[in-house]
Design a protein around this ligand. Sequence first.
Ligand SMILES: [Zn+2]
Ligand SMILES: [Zn+2]
Ligand SMILES: [Zn+2]
Ligand SMILES: [Zn+2]
Ligand SMILES: [Zn+2]
Length: 342
Amino acid sequence: MIRWRSKFFHTLLIFSAISLSCLSLYAAMYCSVCKRQITGSYIKSGDKVFCSQSCLDKTLPRCAICGKVCNGGFQKNGKFYCSKPCLEKTLPKCALCGKPFSSGMLFSNNGKDGPVYCAECAAKPKCFACTLPNDCEKLSDGRYICRNCKASAVFNEEQALQIFNDVRKRLYEELGYSTQHNIEFYATDAKNLEAKSKNYSPGQELGLYVCNFTINTVTKTKVGWNLKAEEKTEEYKSNEKFSVYVLYGLPRKKLIEVCGHELAHDWMQENFPKTQDIKLKEGWAEYIATRINDLYEQSEMNKRMEENKDPVYGDGYRMVKDFVKQNGVKNIGQLFRQHEGE
Ligand SMILES: [Zn+2]
Ligand SMILES: [Zn+2]
Ligand SMILES: [Zn+2]
Ligand SMILES: [Zn+2]
Ligand SMILES: [Zn+2]
């Protein structure tokens, strides 16, 4: 943006026809706008003359906001603005304090069309749930939560469990994914979740699915038809224990989504336990989370998965989504079998 001054500022002179009357003897003057012959006082600007202010105004640029004639003012991207208030209407407004700002577009959430913040607001603590800067409250485990997210946050473990059970029921009844596992459910703090999780990356994991079991081996000796003894070793699992951990204080909608995600891990554990590919595992869990969001009429939450640039969560989600689009979700087993042992 440049501050623009009319060249007319410097050259604008009001002449009196009387003082120049001797010149008018030689040549009649005509207004360069209305073409009328000038008789009384006139205005000279550059090498042009105007009969009146209103004729001169017709040659000046107009404010792109209010339409007033710009006798000086500001120029930005080829457009003219009569005043600072008009210019400010073109500037981005801080998503938090609402003030327009011309420098310091420091923060945006999801790349291109995320909210923008002035430098001062961008420096505020970021809410763990929505990841945006705000006037946050600090939770006992050090996380920050904004007022918007806190309004629907679930702090009570019993309440969180009810939501978990409801998501599990709908996942089975409306989408057809279920297991008979006896899942232990915990609403926990960030430190405990981090300790339980092997590949913790802050901001990503709001919940966790854990399956613990003991692998036993038995060696059986079998005497075959040729009277030779054959030894055969078999593995089997025992003491299987299934747990889901979610952070306490998750906004209700987010908690529903996280429950969907973790229950998808449980379904995979039952149906495709050999799957090692973390991209497929997280991709499928994110895909199920979007289906749960749709069921609970909170599909706007799926924008995060759609735009997630993470090579595991984002790319994995898109891989599963593309497969489902081409082959139908009923054939998802093909995708898991393709990736088995990878
Ligand atoms: Zn005129
Ligand atoms: Zn204006
Ligand atoms: Zn601000
Ligand atoms: Zn928030
Ligand atoms: Zn996961």
